[in-house]
Write a new protein. Sequence first.
Length: 305
Amino acid sequence: MAVSAKDVMELRRQTDCGMMECKKALIKADGDFTKAIEILREEGLATATKKAGRIAAEGMVYATSNANGAVVVEVNAETDFVAKNEKFVEFTKELSNVIAEQKPADVEALMGCKMGEGTVDDALKALILVIKENIKVRRFAYYEGACAAYVHGGGTHGVIVKFDTTPEVAAKPEFVEFGKDIAMQVAAANPSYLNREAVPQAAIDNEKKIILAQMANDPKAANKPDAIKEKMATGRLGKFYKENCLVDQAFIKDGNMDVNAYVNATAKKLGGDIKIVAYTHFIKGEGLEKRTEDFAAEVAAAIKH
């Protein structure tokens, strides 16, 4: 049957789908709007399934905190400019609210959480229908209590930090600024561990092995007694801790003190105790293979069809 341009425009307005897709759906549905929307959703889901094998290593990381806790979440897409898409950003931010309110145990549970009039899974599939890229909710972390959050580079890095302190200290504006400083420290220096106690013995043993091997190749240290070498190796581990443990790192805003000294100074200033309990640092696409195909060529090919 023939469909009017007005009907096509209205369906496009309701679904954000392309003009030709809307026209075909209306023809297939004999002009029935409800059925046409169902057809588009079905086709969108089929497209999402087809794209599921494609690499999604771009997108964004988002972190946020409030009086009750903090959330960091990573949502991936195939191309970097999708992270600037208003609907994609809105979805990611709303996802953080869902996590904070419903506290799912993992990504699988998150997909079944309520979002809007449906579930997160429904909202994600609807977004894929609009953006026409593979989009995946990769991971998230949530802390309760006194927390801070920081997002860097428009979503390239997201950090949340949990503190142990009193509600009175946590409510002070200075504590909010302090929390942001610590989160920024994590983003900038990317520590591997919170403190020395958190470093696995295997990592310490491996580092000592490397240090001893370096000594063996150093004429000044090679002939020293093993007991002396062991003491020297233990001493040099201090450098490892200063580079890899958050509380031992030089504070990014004042290299004359380490993070632990900054924490203690802030606690004294605010009249209470403060302890960093945990942190999570997500880097967008970390550990994922980046897509290598020529996206411009892909778009050009799609236009020809």
